[in-house]
Design a binder for this molecule. Structure first.
Ligand SMILES: Nc1ccn([C@@H]2O[C@H](COP(=O)(O)OP(=O)(O)OP(=O)(O)O)[C@@H](O)[C@H]2O)c(=O)n1
Ligand SMILES: C[C@](O)(CO)[C@H](O)COP(=O)(O)O
Length: 222
């Protein structure tokens, strides 16, 4: 079995406003995306890792992966305009991988149990197409109209905030991406693409620590 990880590191980090992409920000002496890659590389079941990055940073990423001895790198591919385009480019290099996981390069607090438990769920349940790491929402969520007026208050007990990794059977993930591209559907995560082709995806409780480094306020967690 091939267990491929795609690590998305092709964003520009506009909201962080560093003047360079936040995946290169140093945390404990290493770029954030390297900290993320180290955790994935250490899992014995992961067979290969594809990193997606901005065209102008490809060589830098290759060198950093070498410097920090990330052993399972299969290739570094060029990203696209949106995160979804970046993942689509990486999917083209996954070959016949049976299980494909997608991870934000800027979520360095990924835990090994997220990977292990997701693989276990997919192995034990042939009717499940994917596993998404997520946490119960703590705030009350309001749906609003374009003028900011509240239209409804969804039942919070049914709301989960999606994180990464998001782990899928390779075939359905590729089909989901291909269908989304044909119909110009742009989702904000990988699971939403699988959901729209009626894939059965389960949420596995992750951790509130597993944040995505997005804005300056998140730097206090590093
Ligand atoms: N075209 C893109 C956009 C994002 N990402 C990656 O997807 C993850 C989550 O995206 P986000 O936090 O939105 O990162 P940025 O796009 O860099 O941030 P911003 O939206 O503030 O510019 C990050 O690891 C980012 O590098 C990517 O691979 N390709
Ligand atoms: C995939 C994701 O990290 C799940 O929370 C998130 O949706 C990425 O969103 P962004 O628009 O790239 O910040």
């Amino acid at each position: 079995m091939k267990y491929t990880f795609i690590v998305a590191a092709a964003g520009s980090g506009k909201r962080m406003g560093l003047g360079y992409p936040k995946q290169f920000l140093e945390y404990q002496g290493k770029p954030i995306f390297i900290k993320t890659l180290e955790k994935i590389d250490q899992n014995p079941r992961v067979t290969d890792i594809i990193v997606v990055t901005n065209k102008e940073y490809t060589e830098k990423v290759e060198k950093l992966c070498e410097k920090y001895r990330i052993k399972k790198i299969k290739c570094v591919v060029q990203g696209g305009k949106e995160r979804q385009d970046s993942i689509q480019n990486a999917l083209e290099k996954t070959g016949n991988s049976e299980i494909i996981a997608v991870q934000d390069g800027v979520r360095p607090f990924i835990e090994n149990r997220f990977i292990e438990d997701s693989y276990r769920i997919l192995e034990k349940n042939c009717d499940v197409d994917g596993v998404v790491i997520g946490v119960p929402v703590k705030d009350t969520i309001k749906l609003v109209d374009k003028d900011g007026f509240i239209t409804s208050t969804p039942d919070r007990s049914l709301l989960m905030a999606a994180q990464t990794p998001q782990v899928f059977r390779g075939e359905i993930l590729k089909k989901a991406y291909s269908d989304a591209s044909k119909s110009n559907y742009l989702g904000t995560d990988d699971s939403s693409l699988v959901e729209r082709i009626n894939g059965k995806v389960i949420v596995l409780e992750g951790s509130y620590n597993n944040i995505k480094i997005t804005t300056q306020e998140d730097l206090k967690y590093l």
